[in-house]
Design a binder for this molecule. Structure first.
Ligand code: ATP
Length: 415
């Protein structure tokens, strides 16, 4: 059977993944885990998310259905923050994953859904479920069970001892840098080299100590061995859709909708402009349609790349559209436009730059008495190359595919 859980935590504490980790331990006497638990990220634009819009699915082989339901219910009741304004837990236990559920997941990771759509499918398929308060968590719980993962990565999450929740995390930074040095590129987003930061641990009051992401469970376990920290209460290795671009739709500029994420093709219509706060914007044009693209301040050094784009550069942009603006996660520069400077010509005799001979009268060299009608075109060197550029690890979205996973492409990895 498949157990889906979502929306159990609040900004104040707890975490759906922790609830699932405790539940897995309690389910051990009742059956066998059939696969790794799944950590499924859904549409990053969903309005009511607490942090990263995560949901969990556990696959269990058991014929003790009633006991499994009772155990799961008890864990949800015990480990949810029911006082959270936007905490609306959902628990779904389904006998199988059906194509309809997989289609529901596809929509949940790319669009905005309503609670009634989840309930309609659950009722139609006769699936056991419990929704608490508004029951919004049923969307994520059902989607997590339906998640088909043609592409996937792993994350090992280490949890804190309960007595330490809400206190400062004790993690030896040097050991984290060492773990990165020894296991990258099989692990990633543990540290951010350019911004000199450890990025794999949250700062909130929840039970998560840190998460190690990667493509290879052995490399992740090696990193875990190296990292020195406060005691780990438990840790769980999840299979996940993180780092796969599962949220990205192939789109065209003219047809984008808010709260969805796209790959769009176009030409830079105007050089990027900075506004107060260090946010950068440029217009991307395709045919007669344009969209505003943003590299916000938290994307740090990615803005140095974006700043160098000029009108006419041909790009693919990746990101989510909110309030009509696409928030850049990465760009693929397909073709760089010529950066041309028009300037006064050089004197053919003395090789010095000529001066204006007056409005509309061309250029002259007083000394050599030479004359030229027009300015000359000078090609400036571009500092950019074609290929993919991405935001740094400190600004990475959970679902964004990091360039380290795109080895066949021409990439400029940020780490
Ligand atoms: P955390 O990452 O700490 O577990 P969270 O960011 O996952 O928290 P939740 O508390 O799970 O946030 O809240 C997200 C809510 O949005 C859930 O109720 C979930 O069912 C719902 N949701 C998820 N995807 C969609 C979607 N595509 N459309 C509408 N609602 C969604």
């Amino acid at each position: 059977m498949f157990i889906g859980i979502d929306d159990t935590d609040s900004e104040r504490g707890l975490c759906t993944t922790y609830l699932a980790a405790v539940l897995m331990e309690r389910l051990r006497p009742l059956g066998q885990m059939a696969s790794l638990p799944k950590l499924i990220r859904l549409n990053p634009c969903a309005r009511y998310k607490t942090r990263g819009n995560a949901a969990i699915a556990i696959e269990l082989v058991s014929d003790r259905t009633e006991e499994v339901r009772a155990t799961a219910l008890e864990a949800v009741l015990e480990l949810s923050d029911f006082s959270g304004m936007n905490t609306n837990p959902g628990l779904v236990i389904a006998p199988r994953q059906t194509p309809q559920m997989t289609a529901f997941y596809q929509r949940a990771v790319t669009q905005i859904l309503e609670i009634k759509e989840a309930k309609r499918l659950l009722d139609k398929e006769g699936i056991w479920y419990r929704g608490f308060k508004k029951g919004r968590g049923l969307i994520g719980a059902l989607a997590a069970i339906g998640a088909a993962l043609p592409d996937y990565t792993y994350e090992l999450i280490a949890y804190r001892e309960r007595a330490r929740w809400g206190t400062q995390r004790r993690i030896d930074a040097a050991s984290v840098w060492e773990a990165d040095a020894l296991t990258y590129p099989s692990t990633w987003d543990t540290v951010d080299h350019h911004n000199s930061r450890v990025v794999f641990a949250p700062h909130s009051a929840d039970p998560v100590l840190f998460g190690i992401r990667g493509s290879d469970p052995l490399a992740i376990l090696e990193a875990l061995q190296i990292i020195k920290s406060e005691p780990i209460e438990r840790s769980v290795l999840y299979q996940t859709n993180q780092g796969t671009d599962a949220h990205i739709l192939e789109g065209v500029v003219a047809d984008v909708r808010d709260s969805e994420s796209y790959r769009l093709h176009g030409l830079v219509a105007e050089s990027p402009q900075a506004i107060a706060g260090g946010h950068l914007f440029f217009l991307l044009q395709n045919g007669t349609s344009q969209i505003n693209c943003a590299a916000f301040e938290p994307t740090k050094n990615f803005r140095d790349t974006v700043k160098q784009l000029i009108s006419g550069d041909e790009l693919e942009v990746y990101g989510s559209v909110q309030d009509g603006t696409l928030n850049l996660e990465k760009i693929n520069i397909l073709h760089l436009a010529d950066d041309v400077e028009m300037s006064a010509p050089f004197c053919p005799q003395c090789q010095k730059r000529m001066e204006s001979a007056g409005k509309g009268q061309g250029y002259r060299c007083r000394r050599c008495k030479t004359h030229a009608d027009d300015r000359v075109r000078r090609l400036l060197a571009r500092k950019l190359e074609t290929g993919y550029y991405e935001v740094p690890p400190c600004a990475r979205r959970h679902l964004s595919k990091p360039l380290v996973r795109m080895s066949k492409e021409k990439t400029h990895c940020s780490r």
